[in-house]
Design a protein around this ligand. Structure first.
Ligand SMILES: N[C@@H]1[C@@H](O)[C@H](O)[C@@H](COP(=O)(O)O)O[C@@H]1O
Length: 264
């Protein structure tokens, strides 16, 4: 393990090859993730960002919005691609990821709407939509920096355990544990869609840089597996991130609580 201390954070390269930035809590995670995204956009104003939804990045987006308002970081030239969208939910459905992104980020920034992309969950031919989405990412030159959360079962995007690492943007069936975890965003558990369109594993891995965020005790078991288990296997989709040369995990104390000093 290589250990460096930078601005009060512990930054270590675990034996998994993943760079780990250990922060104290969710607030610090949000600030640190935003700081890295802002730095990327300031350095390359025409960056292509891959964005995630879920509870974890909400604080990061809040920090991006605050920085935009207070320091004026501009997103006019930025292009974004979200990881996923539920099948069957229209963009104006309050539970859709389209709505989430509008609410938490897009409407607060100066990014032109034509430059923000999510899969269309209501496409009549979802398979065609998947190919179109993949092609758009390619045409944009690929993703410079992909923000990722992680599911309790190790899923990234909506790529559940067992998904081939060669997969591109695809329609997937959600694992029951994923539907349960996401129930908090719906009034009625039955409303949680059963399927989603998600960037595939290969799509995600083609990103030039990846920022993986994990917060809270619920994520501790999966983070322990990610950082300490040797095997790269579709059973733990996130394990493939070990084969990527530029992955930074920002995790808080609770998420790292089962890792301890095992990183040595
Ligand atoms: N599709 C999303 C993922 O993109 C997200 O990273 C993950 C964790 O979500 P949360 O941040 O709410 O824990 O699960 C969801 O199902």
């Amino acid at each position: 393990m290589i250990l460096t201390v930078e601005e009060g954070e512990i930054d270590m390269i675990s034996k998994s090859g993943i760079r780990v930035v250990a922060v104290s809590d969710y607030e610090e995670l949000s600030r640190e993730a935003a700081r890295r995204i802002i730095a990327a956009v300031r350095q390359h104003p025409a960056s292509v960002l891959g964005l995630a939804t879920g509870s974890t990045p909400e604080g990061t987006y809040r920090e991006l919005v605050r920085d935009h308002r207070e320091k004026g970081t501009s997103y006019q030239q930025v292009t974004t691609f979200n990881l996923d969208e539920y099948v069957g939910l229209a963009a104006n459905d309050p539970h859709s990821y389209h709505a989430y992104m509008e609410q938490h980020l897009f409407r607060h920034l100066d990014i032109p709407r034509g430059q923000t992309h999510l899969p269309d969950g209501t496409a009549e031919e979802p398979e065609v939509e998947c190919r179109r989405y993949e092609e758009m990412i390619r045409e944009a030159g690929g993703i410079d920096l992909q923000v990722l959360g992680i599911g309790v079962n190790g899923h990234i995007g909506f790529n559940e355990p067992g998904t081939p690492f060669s997969s591109e943007t695809q329609v997937v069936q959600l694992a029951e544990s994923t539907r349960q975890a996401n129930q908090i965003h719906f009034e009625d558990p039955e409303q949680v869609p059963t399927h989603a369109i998600t960037m595939g594993m290969a799509t995600i891995l083609r990103s030039r840089g990846i920022l993986l965020l994990a917060s809270g005790a619920k994520k501790a078991p999966v983070i322990q597996r990610l950082l300490t288990e040797a095997e790269i296997t579709p059973d733990l989709p996130a394990s493939i991130l070990r084969s990527h040369e530029d992955v930074t995990l920002i995790a808080d104390q609770e998420a790292l609580s089962l890792v301890g000093t095992d990183l040595d």
